[in-house]
Write a protein that binds this ligand. Sequence first.
Ligand code: NAD
Length: 267
Amino acid sequence: MPQLGFGVWQVPDAEAERAVGTALEAGYRSIDTAAVYGNEKGTGRAVAASGLPREELFVTTKLWNGPKQTWGRDAVLRAFDDSLAKLGLDHVDLYLIHWPRPMRDDFVAIWKTFEEIAASGRAKAVGVSNFRPQDLDRIAAVSALVPAVNQVELHPLHPQAALRAEHAARGIVTEAWSPLGQGKELLTLPAVTAIAEAHGRSAAQVVLRWHLQHGNVVIPKSVTPARIRENLDVFGFELDAAEMAALDALGEGAAGRRIGPDPAEFD
Ligand code: NAD
């Protein structure tokens, strides 16, 4: 799995083809979409138009185990078929359960169907998103298949140190969503901009470097071609220990600051 990929949340389907096309042209080889983003078709069109060999690409999508439906085996398999059809692919590289929704108590059953999907080869790997350690425990209790990835909100203001350690102990890859903190306050903080200035880099590049040096997989999103390229151009410099520590410190104290919903409550 490439450590740096391209996320397409909030990119309308009509725009997704151009944005993903720009990303593939710039050199991204990993794309993160989801059924609920409504842009699997545009993403698929861009993949097809790129002419890149399928084996060079890493495509992730997610089961929208959303409300108004019981997510039994047939519903999960139908949703997976629907995602593949929209993407125009015969397999994805990674299929994720989008949220645990612990109040529904159905993610363990969903995982059993994910085992079947993995065995079929139509998803090269399966994983989860927004899962807490206790959710991972419940899967481990019934399944020998360890989620390949847990994709969670993670950025310097919400660094998830304890969860990252849990993942490392369990052999699960940590993937950071909203790695740039959605491009808001985080990129304006003096601790970030001072490091950016020292390196002649942008704040976004510095934050992405922090992730890469912590071993996180990142999937920054942008629809602006210059930013799409800028976010990939993060392999030519390195943060030193003091700079990493300064960014780590942003997550202390007032932190734990989420931008997105709390998985314990999100339904
Ligand atoms: P992000 O942290 O990637 O921030 C994206 C925003 O930051 C852009 O819209 C833009 O405003 C700004 N930005 C991007 N590049 C910039 C640059 N170089 N300079 C200045 N500003 C820049 O936020 P995100 O889109 O929420 O997260 C990334 C991806 O993570 C999503 O697209 C999606 O694929 C995934 N995601 C998953 C979940 C989940 O529940 N699994 C939730 C949210 C997001």
